[in-house]
Design a protein around this ligand. Sequence first.
Ligand code: BES
Ligand code: ZN
Length: 460
Amino acid sequence: MSAAVTAYLESNADRLLAELCELLRIPSISAQPEHQPDMLRAAKFLHDQFAAMGFQVETVQTAGHPIVYAEWLQAPGAPTVLVYGHYDVQPPDPLDLWTTPPFEPTIRDGKLFARGATDDKGQVFTHVKSAEAWLKTEGRLPVNLKFVIEGEEEVGSNNLDHFLESRKAALACDVAVVSDTSQYAPGIPAITYGLRGIVACEVALRGPKKDLHSGVFGGSVTNPVNALCRLVSALHDADGRVQIPGFYDDVAPLSDAERAGFAKLPFDEAAYRAELGVSAVHGEAGFTTLERRWARPTCDVNGITGGYQGAGPKTIVPSRASAKITCRLVPQQDPARILDALEHFLNENCLPGVELEFFRFHGCPAFVFDPTSPYLTAASEAIQEAFGAAPVLIREGGSIPVVTTFREVLGVDTLLLGWGQNTDNLHSPDEHFTVADFHRGTLASAALWERLAALPKTVG
Ligand code: BES
Ligand code: ZN
């Protein structure tokens, strides 16, 4: 890669990190309406970054949080790459489990701690800064670059599809790049060629019109919390198989080659248990931990509530109970069909005497990318150059809904290049990004533009 670009990234490393910290100080929590002004501040921060680099930039208002769109299209004859990321973050709760406050970025042991450090501000910023390095040193980028950085990824990307569809022509590109996944492990960078999909919902059971004395009335009416627990426990059998009829009908089985590929990756189960703080791994019988995480569907209760939660006892039959549930999906499963099947299952198994309400949230199908594509080879070379190790090919269990839209609306595949680690505590207290991973990610991104420039342009 251009020696000047590398030198720029080396000599400006501290400033780049300081600028990332500025972005991390903005509590852009998309789920919480009181942070609306912070969403605007985060969008403006990125807008100003792009403007200062010489990109054409626009902050696009949506029905929700704004999308920052920036482009630099002065590489005629070269391919066009669309970079996607998100500037919104998950709520930081529970706050008391953070060693330092979530929006006061702090470096400890070579790690930058802050909500959004790895998911996704730190990762998307590597691409912003690699573009800056090219423009500041060589005065050009090897490829045409378009950035879409949204503020609603953590709440289901509700307004993104409309943006992508309405600007389909302007967003035409050869390939998309997203850094919102992880490396396989420290020292083992990865390219992710598959993600799980997701469906999310909430089920509420309403019983008596108000909480009742459990001595006076208990035993004579259905207790909504009891009934909900019964429903939740019916979701799985003892072998970890989901009991919703039809749940596995469309699941694409893992090929022998894929299973062999997963099995070749180093995996230390004891270390995994220790990292997560569990005494045993558990999941669908007949599958390894990596298979369960990357290529098998799941059904998880994300939260459950109902009845008295305060100190000491309280003798009531509560009037209401509810649970939030998500299913992770694998290729060929249809989100709408799975949600229908779940709703049906809950209704079928619900005790009489409570009223069941079912609320549907977001959903997206699973995604798999052709692991033999020339884009992937180019990315692999760029990663090798920056990390000093060739990336392994992995799938991951999280979801990034936009990758499906990129395929359906723009007709392109997405390179999922994660610079973080899956132990970076994303969505958890003490989220962090290893400073060296941020730096290597930026170098890999800078190298990627050059490697992709060698591939034929297919649009524009
Ligand atoms: N960055 C994650 C997705 C991810 C994490 C993919 C780790 C692969 C490995 C992303 O920000 C995220 O959390 N997405 C949500 C999507 C949902 C809200 C539609 C998820 O997976 O829960
Ligand atoms: Zn993310």
